[in-house]
Design a protein around this ligand. Structure first.
Ligand code: SAM
Length: 237
Protein backbone atom coordinates (compact mmCIF):
# COMPACT_ATOMS: atom_id res chain seq x y z
CA UNK A 1 0.00 0.00 0.00
CA UNK A 2 1.19 3.53 -0.66
CA UNK A 3 -0.30 7.02 -0.45
CA UNK A 4 -1.81 6.62 -3.94
CA UNK A 5 -3.80 3.58 -2.83
CA UNK A 6 -5.15 5.09 0.39
CA UNK A 7 -8.52 6.70 -0.30
CA UNK A 8 -8.87 10.47 0.01
CA UNK A 9 -11.44 9.70 2.70
CA UNK A 10 -8.94 7.84 4.90
CA UNK A 11 -6.24 10.43 4.10
CA UNK A 12 -8.56 13.07 5.48
CA UNK A 13 -9.25 11.00 8.62
CA UNK A 14 -5.46 10.61 9.06
CA UNK A 15 -4.99 14.40 8.95
CA UNK A 16 -6.92 14.74 12.22
CA UNK A 17 -4.85 12.21 14.20
CA UNK A 18 -2.60 14.03 16.62
CA UNK A 19 1.20 13.76 16.20
CA UNK A 20 2.72 11.01 18.35
CA UNK A 21 -0.63 9.31 19.00
CA UNK A 22 -1.09 5.67 19.86
CA UNK A 23 -4.01 4.84 17.59
CA UNK A 24 -6.74 2.23 17.74
CA UNK A 25 -8.47 1.82 14.38
CA UNK A 26 -11.74 -0.03 14.93
CA UNK A 27 -13.23 -1.84 11.94
CA UNK A 28 -9.80 -1.93 10.34
CA UNK A 29 -10.37 -4.00 7.20
CA UNK A 30 -6.85 -4.27 5.61
CA UNK A 31 -5.36 -2.01 8.34
CA UNK A 32 -4.60 0.59 5.65
CA UNK A 33 -5.18 3.54 7.98
CA UNK A 34 -2.96 2.39 10.89
CA UNK A 35 -0.23 1.31 8.44
CA UNK A 36 -0.31 4.76 6.82
CA UNK A 37 -0.28 6.55 10.18
CA UNK A 38 2.76 4.60 11.37
CA UNK A 39 4.57 4.98 8.02
CA UNK A 40 4.21 8.77 7.97
CA UNK A 41 5.28 8.98 11.63
CA UNK A 42 2.03 10.39 12.96
CA UNK A 43 1.37 7.32 15.11
CA UNK A 44 4.11 5.72 17.17
CA UNK A 45 2.12 2.49 17.55
CA UNK A 46 -1.34 1.23 16.66
CA UNK A 47 -4.01 -1.36 17.34
CA UNK A 48 -6.15 -2.58 14.43
CA UNK A 49 -9.44 -4.10 15.63
CA UNK A 50 -11.73 -6.21 13.46
CA UNK A 51 -14.86 -8.17 14.30
CA UNK A 52 -14.92 -10.35 11.15
CA UNK A 53 -12.37 -13.10 10.49
CA UNK A 54 -11.79 -12.33 6.76
CA UNK A 55 -10.97 -8.62 7.16
CA UNK A 56 -8.99 -9.48 10.33
CA UNK A 57 -6.81 -11.88 8.28
CA UNK A 58 -6.41 -9.20 5.57
CA UNK A 59 -5.31 -6.70 8.22
CA UNK A 60 -2.76 -9.16 9.67
CA UNK A 61 -1.41 -9.89 6.18
CA UNK A 62 -1.11 -6.18 5.34
CA UNK A 63 0.71 -5.36 8.59
CA UNK A 64 3.07 -8.30 8.03
CA UNK A 65 3.77 -7.36 4.38
CA UNK A 66 4.54 -3.80 5.39
CA UNK A 67 6.99 -5.00 8.04
CA UNK A 68 5.02 -3.32 10.82
CA UNK A 69 4.47 -6.30 13.16
CA UNK A 70 6.48 -4.60 15.90
CA UNK A 71 4.38 -1.40 15.72
CA UNK A 72 0.84 -2.61 14.96
CA UNK A 73 -1.09 -5.29 16.80
CA UNK A 74 -4.15 -6.72 15.01
CA UNK A 75 -6.94 -8.11 17.20
CA UNK A 76 -10.09 -10.02 16.36
CA UNK A 77 -12.64 -8.41 18.69
CA UNK A 78 -15.92 -6.48 18.65
CA UNK A 79 -15.58 -2.70 18.84
CA UNK A 80 -13.42 -1.24 21.59
CA UNK A 81 -12.82 -4.68 23.12
CA UNK A 82 -9.81 -4.66 20.80
CA UNK A 83 -8.27 -2.04 23.11
CA UNK A 84 -6.38 -3.10 26.28
CA UNK A 85 -5.48 -0.59 29.04
CA UNK A 86 -1.76 -1.36 28.60
CA UNK A 87 -1.93 -0.29 24.92
CA UNK A 88 -2.00 3.34 26.11
CA UNK A 89 -4.25 4.36 23.21
CA UNK A 90 -4.62 8.13 22.82
CA UNK A 91 -6.61 8.32 19.56
CA UNK A 92 -9.41 6.15 18.20
CA UNK A 93 -10.42 6.15 14.53
CA UNK A 94 -13.64 4.52 13.32
CA UNK A 95 -14.36 4.95 9.62
CA UNK A 96 -16.57 3.64 6.86
CA UNK A 97 -19.59 2.55 8.94
CA UNK A 98 -22.99 4.03 9.69
CA UNK A 99 -23.18 6.67 12.42
CA UNK A 100 -25.58 4.55 14.46
CA UNK A 101 -23.12 1.63 14.51
CA UNK A 102 -20.22 3.94 15.40
CA UNK A 103 -22.27 5.46 18.25
CA UNK A 104 -23.16 1.99 19.56
CA UNK A 105 -19.48 0.91 19.45
CA UNK A 106 -18.61 4.01 21.51
CA UNK A 107 -21.49 3.42 23.94
CA UNK A 108 -20.63 -0.24 24.51
CA UNK A 109 -16.91 0.45 24.87
CA UNK A 110 -17.13 3.75 26.76
CA UNK A 111 -15.18 2.29 29.71
CA UNK A 112 -12.25 1.63 27.35
CA UNK A 113 -11.90 5.28 26.37
CA UNK A 114 -9.93 6.29 29.51
CA UNK A 115 -6.80 8.13 28.38
CA UNK A 116 -8.14 8.65 24.85
CA UNK A 117 -7.60 12.28 23.89
CA UNK A 118 -9.30 12.28 20.51
CA UNK A 119 -11.87 10.34 18.49
CA UNK A 120 -11.79 10.72 14.71
CA UNK A 121 -15.02 9.34 13.29
CA UNK A 122 -16.13 9.03 9.69
CA UNK A 123 -19.75 7.93 9.42
CA UNK A 124 -21.08 7.06 5.95
CA UNK A 125 -24.61 8.03 7.06
CA UNK A 126 -26.45 9.25 10.20
CA UNK A 127 -23.68 11.43 11.60
CA UNK A 128 -26.35 12.83 13.92
CA UNK A 129 -26.19 9.65 16.07
CA UNK A 130 -22.52 10.38 16.80
CA UNK A 131 -23.17 14.02 17.68
CA UNK A 132 -25.95 12.93 20.06
CA UNK A 133 -23.64 10.36 21.68
CA UNK A 134 -21.00 13.09 22.12
CA UNK A 135 -23.47 15.43 23.86
CA UNK A 136 -24.71 12.66 26.17
CA UNK A 137 -21.22 11.47 27.10
CA UNK A 138 -19.32 14.74 27.61
CA UNK A 139 -17.28 14.77 24.43
CA UNK A 140 -17.29 17.89 22.32
CA UNK A 141 -16.73 18.48 18.63
CA UNK A 142 -13.41 20.19 17.90
CA UNK A 143 -13.53 19.89 14.10
CA UNK A 144 -15.68 18.59 11.29
CA UNK A 145 -14.90 18.01 7.64
CA UNK A 146 -16.72 16.89 4.54
CA UNK A 147 -15.41 15.51 1.27
CA UNK A 148 -16.62 13.97 -1.96
CA UNK A 149 -14.89 10.95 -3.43
CA UNK A 150 -16.17 8.83 -6.33
CA UNK A 151 -19.45 10.73 -6.14
CA UNK A 152 -20.02 9.78 -2.47
CA UNK A 153 -20.03 12.43 0.22
CA UNK A 154 -18.44 11.71 3.61
CA UNK A 155 -18.46 13.61 6.90
CA UNK A 156 -15.69 13.48 9.50
CA UNK A 157 -16.30 14.37 13.13
CA UNK A 158 -13.43 14.96 15.57
CA UNK A 159 -14.22 14.73 19.29
CA UNK A 160 -12.25 15.49 22.42
CA UNK A 161 -13.30 14.96 26.05
CA UNK A 162 -15.07 17.88 27.66
CA UNK A 163 -15.23 18.64 31.41
CA UNK A 164 -18.96 19.27 31.03
CA UNK A 165 -21.90 18.58 28.74
CA UNK A 166 -21.83 20.67 25.55
CA UNK A 167 -25.35 21.00 24.17
CA UNK A 168 -26.12 21.09 20.45
CA UNK A 169 -29.43 22.36 19.07
CA UNK A 170 -31.48 20.41 16.52
CA UNK A 171 -29.77 22.10 13.55
CA UNK A 172 -26.28 21.52 14.91
CA UNK A 173 -27.07 17.87 15.62
CA UNK A 174 -28.28 17.26 12.09
CA UNK A 175 -25.91 19.40 10.04
CA UNK A 176 -22.90 19.64 12.37
CA UNK A 177 -21.92 22.88 14.14
CA UNK A 178 -18.68 23.43 12.19
CA UNK A 179 -20.08 22.33 8.82
CA UNK A 180 -23.10 24.55 9.36
CA UNK A 181 -20.82 27.56 9.85
CA UNK A 182 -18.54 26.91 6.89
CA UNK A 183 -21.32 25.81 4.45
CA UNK A 184 -19.01 24.72 1.65
CA UNK A 185 -20.13 23.48 -1.77
CA UNK A 186 -19.90 19.79 -0.79
CA UNK A 187 -22.05 20.48 2.27
CA UNK A 188 -24.69 22.15 0.10
CA UNK A 189 -24.59 19.29 -2.38
CA UNK A 190 -25.00 16.70 0.39
CA UNK A 191 -28.11 18.36 1.77
CA UNK A 192 -29.53 19.01 -1.69
CA UNK A 193 -29.27 15.26 -2.33
CA UNK A 194 -30.80 14.40 1.08
CA UNK A 195 -33.63 16.87 0.51
CA UNK A 196 -34.53 15.28 -2.83
CA UNK A 197 -34.62 11.85 -1.17
CA UNK A 198 -36.65 13.01 1.82
CA UNK A 199 -39.24 14.67 -0.40
CA UNK A 200 -39.58 11.48 -2.48
CA UNK A 201 -40.02 9.39 0.69
CA UNK A 202 -42.58 11.85 2.11
CA UNK A 203 -44.53 11.62 -1.17
CA UNK A 204 -44.54 7.82 -1.02
CA UNK A 205 -45.72 8.01 2.60
CA UNK A 206 -48.58 10.28 1.56
CA UNK A 207 -49.79 7.56 -0.77
CA UNK A 208 -49.36 4.70 1.74
CA UNK A 209 -51.95 3.67 4.32
CA UNK A 210 -51.25 5.66 7.51
CA UNK A 211 -50.07 3.52 10.44
CA UNK A 212 -48.72 4.97 13.75
CA UNK A 213 -45.21 3.99 12.59
CA UNK A 214 -45.58 5.76 9.24
CA UNK A 215 -47.07 8.81 10.97
CA UNK A 216 -44.08 9.07 13.36
CA UNK A 217 -41.57 8.60 10.53
CA UNK A 218 -43.33 11.20 8.42
CA UNK A 219 -43.34 13.70 11.29
CA UNK A 220 -39.59 13.18 11.74
CA UNK A 221 -39.04 13.63 8.02
CA UNK A 222 -41.09 16.82 7.90
CA UNK A 223 -39.12 18.17 10.87
CA UNK A 224 -35.87 17.55 9.00
CA UNK A 225 -37.24 19.15 5.83
CA UNK A 226 -38.30 22.20 7.88
CA UNK A 227 -34.82 22.46 9.45
CA UNK A 228 -33.24 22.17 6.02
CA UNK A 229 -35.47 24.91 4.58
CA UNK A 230 -34.57 27.16 7.50
CA UNK A 231 -30.84 26.55 7.03
CA UNK A 232 -30.92 27.14 3.28
CA UNK A 233 -33.51 29.92 3.16
CA UNK A 234 -30.86 32.62 2.63
CA UNK A 235 -29.39 30.71 -0.32
CA UNK A 236 -32.79 30.23 -1.93
CA UNK A 237 -34.07 33.78 -1.51
N1 SAM B 1 -12.36 1.33 8.32
C1 SAM B 1 -12.17 0.85 6.97
C2 SAM B 1 -12.42 1.96 5.98
O1 SAM B 1 -12.95 2.99 6.40
O2 SAM B 1 -12.13 1.79 4.81
C3 SAM B 1 -13.07 -0.34 6.67
C4 SAM B 1 -14.52 0.01 6.53
S1 SAM B 1 -15.49 -1.43 6.27
C5 SAM B 1 -16.80 -0.84 5.34
C6 SAM B 1 -16.19 -1.68 7.88
C7 SAM B 1 -15.36 -2.69 8.68
O3 SAM B 1 -15.79 -2.63 10.04
C8 SAM B 1 -15.62 -4.11 8.21
O4 SAM B 1 -14.39 -4.75 7.98
C9 SAM B 1 -16.40 -4.74 9.37
O5 SAM B 1 -16.11 -6.11 9.52
C10 SAM B 1 -15.90 -3.93 10.55
N2 SAM B 1 -16.82 -3.85 11.70
C11 SAM B 1 -18.16 -3.70 11.68
N3 SAM B 1 -18.65 -3.66 12.93
C12 SAM B 1 -17.58 -3.79 13.76
C13 SAM B 1 -17.43 -3.84 15.18
N4 SAM B 1 -18.47 -3.74 16.00
N5 SAM B 1 -16.20 -4.00 15.68
C14 SAM B 1 -15.12 -4.10 14.88
N6 SAM B 1 -15.20 -4.08 13.53
C15 SAM B 1 -16.41 -3.90 12.98
Amino acid sequence: MNAQQLSQRLMKVAEYVQQGAVVADIGSDHAYLPCHLVHIGTASRAVAGEIVKGPYESARKQVHEEGLNDKIVVRLAPGLEAVEPEDGVTAVTIAGMGGTLIASILAEGNHRLDGVERLILQPNIHAQAIRQWAVDNDWHIVAEDILKEKDKIYEIIVLEPSPHRVELDAKQLLFGPFLLKSRGETFKEKWQRESTQWKAIAERMDKAEETPDIRTKKEQLLQKIALMEEVFKDENS
